[in-house]
Design a protein around this ligand. Structure first.
Ligand code: G3H
Ligand code: 13P
Ligand code: ZN
Length: 349
């Protein structure tokens, strides 16, 4: 099946009351791992590439690999998403390549580091929405700022520095017409999210719930959602790694989010840990080996296991066959004639 609109995927997830994992990719093995997990669990899926990934793999290689994934797995709805677009031009280039969804992360300036003003964020996001919707492409915006830095992208600091204000979230959704809204509730990118096991109060789930109450039909997005499980950390460290003790986002908190409007859940770090652990193990135990297949195959398998588990935990498992994909041209028409609404339903305070 052709690549699917992320808007359709998330609308269906909202109807079914489940979340959809958005997994980052940089290479063929990661794409294969996600597709094997999606096939095994019969899950619709969002595959996403950061600017760093697009640079690392080269646009055309990466996009052709996604097309191959879609061709080889016609029963799986796949949305291809630009993760953390830093400018109109980045989003435009992804749309020109054939991505069916883009994130305009206007919470940061174009340098991907400095927090922007609310007005700057609205202006650039709205510009992307107008351009993307005309072409049937979904847009995710971000209000509030995540912590941490990945590959040079991010404001740094703790995830608790710039929590989303629910009133601003409402105004942002109304002014931009985004299809999905990433909010900051205390998570950060990367492995080092929390220095102790987070209890229920560490993440600002009350803020998430307040935003969902005001915007009951808006698809919320949780970034920085790796759980950084101890068993994956242990494998890395057992075979020569030097990860410091750390905690991620407990899956139960994500599930609470899913019950309160979270439809897209971004996961990258857990997969990085799984692959690195598997590679380290092979090289540690059998240092005489030098064929990349000897360590890439277990690495791919380790990532597949993590992704399949998350697909079950987020609830997307079993939903691949629920709906027929709407063509991107039809989606564009829907935005134009208003069948696909871009104005959020806003509930009173
Ligand atoms: O946004 C963070 C993702 O984990 C992508 O990371 O920019 O290092 O590719 P990256
Ligand atoms: P993690 O670093 O927690 O996997 O988050 C990934 C992410 O948010 C990608 O946009
Ligand atoms: Zn992110």
């Amino acid at each position: 099946m052709p690549l699917v609109s992320m808007r359709q995927l998330l609308d269906e997830a909202a109807k079914g009351g489940y979340g959809v994992g958005a997994f980052n990719v940089n290479d063929m093995e990661q794409i294969q791992a996600i597709m094997a997990a999606a096939k095994e669990t019969k899950s619709p899926v969002i595959v996403q590439a950061s600017r760093g990934a697009r640079q690392f793999a080269e646009d055309l290689y990466l996009f052709k690999l996604i097309q191959a994934a879609a061709e080889l797995n016609p029963e799986i709805p796949i949305a291809m998403h630009q993760d953390h677009g830093n400018s109109f031009e980045t989003c435009k280039s992804a749309i020109e390549l054939g991505y069916t969804s883009v994130m305009m992360d206007g919470s940061l300036k174009e340098d991907g580091k400095t927090p922007s003003t609310f007005e700057e964020n609205v202006a650039v996001t709205k510009r992307v929405v107008d351009y993307a919707h005309e072409r049937g492409v979904t847009v995710e915006g971000e209000i509030g700022v995540l912590g941490g830095v990945e590959d040079g992208h991010g404001a740094g600091g703790s995830g608790l520095d710039h929590i989303t204000d629910p009133d601003q979230a409402v105004e942002f959704a109304e002014k931009t017409g985004v299809d999905a809204l990433a909010i900051a509730i205390g998570t950060s990118h990367g492995a080092y999210k929390f220095t102790k096991k987070p209890d229920g109060s560490v993440l600002k789930m009350d803020v998430l719930i307040a935003i969902h109450k005001r915007l009951p039909n808006t698809h919320l997005v949780m970034h920085g959602s790796s759980s950084v499980p101890k068993d994956l950390q242990d494998v890395v460290n057992q075979y020569g790694g030097k990860l410091k003790e750390t905690w991620g986002v407990p899956v139960e908190e994500i599930q609470l989010g899913i019950r309160n409007g979270v439809r897209k859940i971004n996961v990258d770090t857990d997969n990085r840990l799984a692959m690195t652990g598997a590679i380290r193990k092979v090289l540690w135990e059998t240092p005489e080996k030098f064929d990349p297949r000897d360590y890439m195959k277990p690495a791919r398998e380790a990532m597949k296991k993590v992704v399949a588990l998350r697909m079950v935990q987020f609830g997307q498992a079993g939903h691949a066959g629920d709906y027929a994909p709407i063509s991107i041209e039809q989606i564009a028409k829907g935005y134009k004639d208003g069948t696909l609404s871009t104005q959020p339903l806003v509930a009173a305070k």
